[in-house]
Design a protein around this ligand. Sequence first.
Ligand SMILES: [Zn+2]
Length: 83
Amino acid sequence: MKHEMTCPRCGNLEAISQDECNDWDEINCAECGEFITTCDLQLSLASRHYQMHTLSRSLDLLIAMSNDEIVAGSNQQRFEVAA
Ligand SMILES: [Zn+2]
């Protein structure tokens, strides 16, 4: 089975695995044979659930960064008033 992923060693854009992939089977670079990942990890990374999880974490980070800016901004105002 072919997969579209970049090899970290040679930059080739095609990887291969066995046609009937077990969770623990390897996906290797089609050019140099470098181990890239396992079939189980690749399936979970490509799943809609993982993408939603990543989006959710991104939103959490944006909210946390926004709150930090608000707190930092209010601290700065307090500092300016105190100085
Ligand atoms: Zn490679």
